[in-house]
Design a protein. Structure first.
Length: 64
């Protein structure tokens, strides 16, 4: 993952954690959320005040 993309993805996660609106979607059949940045996806769980990132991968590989 390119450095600029990883920094942008972390910034989006931090913005989401602070209450900002980001492109976050619930995944069907799982208690997980997805955040997009370009070709990259972060799958994470949110438990009140904690966001736990489960997986970060390219969009063609994330859902496998």
């Amino acid at each position: 993952m390119p450095s600029k993309d990883s920094k942008a993805l972390v910034a989006k996660l931090e913005n989401y954690a602070a209450g900002g609106v980001e492109d976050v979607t619930e995944l069907k059949g799982a208690d997980l959320l997805r955040l997009r940045h370009g070709e990259w996806r972060a799958v994470f769980k949110e438990d009140g005040t904690v966001i736990a990132v489960v997986k970060v991968a390219h969009r063609r590989e994330i859902y496998r």
